[in-house]
Design a protein around this ligand. Structure first.
Ligand code: UDP
Ligand code: MG
Length: 157
C-alpha cells in the first residue's frame, strides 16, 4: 500500500537568478503534488554544513556553500504518495547536463553545482530535512479537492 510522504525541495540561487521559480513550481503542481509549506530564506554556513554533511569535507564544498548563500532560496515541502521518490525522478541526476530530458535538471540546467533544485533523496532524509527547514506551524494540513482526480479511491484509503 502506497503511503503519504513529505519531501523537501529547495529552489537554488541559480534558478532564483534565472527567473525559474514559477516554471519549477508548476512542474510539481502539474504532477499532482500537494504544497504544504513554502518560504524564502537565506542560508548560512552552519545550516549548509548540516544540510550537506555528506559532502562538507569535499574540495568543492566551500564554493558550493558560497553559491548557496549568494541569494535567498525558496524552501518548499511537498506531500503525496511515495513523493520522495517521485520528486527525485522529476528532479533528475546531479550532473544536470547529463540529466534525463523531461526532468527539471535535464530541461533547465547544465551544471553539476548550479543544478536549480535540491530534493531529499530518501524518506529518512526527507523527514530530517523538512524539520530542518520548517517549523511545525509552517506546515499546513488541508484537503486538496483535485486529489480525487489525481489518485484512485483505493490509493487514498
Ligand atoms: N555538488 C557539487 N559538485 C559535485 C557534487 C555535488 O557542486 O561534484 C553540489 C550540487 O549542487 C549537488 C549538491 O552538491 O546538488 C549535493 O550533492 P548530492 O550528491 O547530494 O547531489 P543531489 O542529491 O543534489 O543530486
Ligand atoms: Mg543529495
Amino acid at each position: 500500500m502506497a503511503v503519504q510522504e513529505r519531501t523537501l525541495v529547495l529552489i537554488k540561487p541559480d534558478a532564483i537568478q534565472r527567473g525559474l521559480i514559477g516554471e519549477i513550481t508548476t512542474r510539481f503542481e502539474k504532477k499532482g503534488l500537494k504544497l504544504i509549506g513554502l518560504k524564502m530564506m537565506g542560508l548560512d554556513e552552519a545550516l549548509l554544513r548540516e544540510h550537506y554533511a555528506h559532502i562538507s569535507e569535499k574540495p568543492f564544498f566551500p564554493s558550493l556553500s558560497k553559491f548557496m548563500q549568494s541569494t535567498p532560496v525558496i524552501a518548499m515541502c511537498w506531500e503525496g504518495l511515495e513523493v520522495v521518490d517521485a520528486v527525485r525522478k522529476i528532479t533528475g541526476i546531479t550532473k544536470a547536463r547529463q540529466a534525463e530530458a523531461g526532468s527539471i535538471r535535464g530541461d533547465l540546467a547544465m551544471s553539476v553545482s548550479c543544478n536549480v533544485i535540491h530534493a531529499s533523496d530518501s524518506l529518512e532524509n526527507a523527514e530530517v530535512e523538512v524539520k530542518r527547514f520548517f517549523k511545525l506551524d509552517e506546515l499546513y494540513t488541508y484537503n486538496k479537492s483535485e486529489y480525487m482526480h489525481v489518485y484512485a479511491a483505493d490509493e487514498l484509503e
